[in-house]
Design a protein around this ligand. Structure first.
Ligand code: UT7
Length: 322
């Protein structure tokens, strides 16, 4: 994983908008987040995470034959961030694509990469989650509900086939519900605004900032996450008690505590890092993987359940034997 060096605390935010460390910690569990330094680009974050993942796997960029990058904060309107990353890795024609499934993006990509490897289409897939939210936030008091929760960061994994049927990705389940697309979205710039994607009126209406119906999203997250987690475990005849480690998307610590309570997951089996990084959308789960591995929670043989919910709405869960 890679996060920018610049730490933005809740008190830093309270100096530019009407909020407080107490409110943010109580409602979300977030103490600080990272924001890029001026000049840093999303692909820079993705590159740093990728190089670490490759080094840990003893691989070079050219050993990868597909790059998938999940983001909702792309470096440009087009092409996707993955293309900038591919170039920065010194690759010439390795195929790459961005996957737009917001906070569930990493798990969507796991399913896709798993299927492509099983089908024999690709042998080694780089999967990166990368977000730069900080440049797209309304940091006035009007945007405080959203601005305080998001952070910048990136995480990467390399996937390849293995012979052991009991190891690796055992199951991934993904879901979407476009009915609620507008309840958490950034409407502009997008081709849905006419006659132009970006006008002074659009800026005045703040359509280029995220709009979120927070409570509605919260309620759906705490319903869908346990649902898809159980669906995924059930598909491979496993139970909650069988799982060694639960990694949940880092949108709000309260959501994760609620879901853990509902499923009777003991506290020591749930690993969170939202307090230090906020919500890094598609990067949150690979960042959790990195830190839980560093802390010795991902020994070989451990069963890890990962679950996410986000804009779209989209939700997903994966069960992996380490
Ligand atoms: O990652 C994608 C998925 N996203 C999520 O899962 C996020 C889900 N939603 C949430 O996590 C929560 O809804 C939030 C953390 C975003 C907001 O918490 P909430 O408890 O739902 O607050 P609220 O929006 O209902 O607002 C409650 C009060 C309001 O004031 P009044 O009307 O009661 O006077 C807000 O204006 O808190 C106020 N408020 C704030 N106050 C201080 C909202 N944001 C802030 C803030 N600082 N940053």
């Amino acid at each position: 994983m890679y996060v920018p060096n610049r730490v933005v605390t809740n008190d830093d935010l309270a100096r530019i908008m009407d909020t407080s460390d107490e409110w943010i910690q109580q409602r979300t569990g977030i103490r600080e987040r990272r924001w890029i330094e001026p000049g840093q680009q999303p692909a820079d974050l993705a590159e740093a995470a990728t190089r670490q993942a490759l080094e840990a796997a003893g691989l070079e960029p050219r050993d990868v034959d597909l790059i998938l990058l999940g983001t909702l904060s792309s470096q440009a309107d087009f092409p996707g961030t993955s293309f900038f990353l591919q170039h920065q890795l010194g690759l010439e024609d390795t195929p790459c694509m961005d996957v737009r499934a917001q906070c569930s993006g990493f798990l969507y990509m796991l399913q896709l990469a798993d299927a492509l490897i099983r089908a024999g289409t690709h042998t080694r897939v780089l999967v990166v989650g990368c977000e730069v939210h900080s440049t797209g936030l309304d940091v006035s008091t009007e945007g405080r509900d959203v601005a305080v929760i998001f952070g910048d960061g990136s995480g990467a994994v390399v996937l390849e086939a293995c012979d052991d049927d009991d190891a690796g990705i055992l199951e991934v389940r993904i879901h979407s519900q476009g009915e609620h697309a507008k309840r958490l979205c950034v409407a502009a710039p997008g081709s849905g605004t006419s006659p132009k994607r970006l006008t002074h009126e659009i800026l005045d209406q703040k359509l280029h900032f995220p709009h979120m119906e927070g409570r509605f999203v919260f309620k759906h997250a705490v319903t869908r996450m346990p649902e898809v987690l159980l669906e995924t475990l059930g598909a491979v005849s496993l139970k909650v008690e069988d799982v060694d480690l639960f990694l949940f998307h880092q949108a709000n610590l309260r959501i994760n505590e609620f879901v853990a309570g509902k499923l009777e997951i003991p506290e020591d089996k749930l690993f969170n890092n939202i307090g230090r990084y906020g919500n890094c959308s598609a990067a949150s789960i690979p960042m959790l993987l990195h830190e839980s591995q560093q802390q010795g929670l991902l020994e070989p043989g451990k069963l890890v359940s990962m679950t996410a919910f986000g804009a779209g709405f989209s939700w997903a869960s994966a069960i992996v034997r380490w």
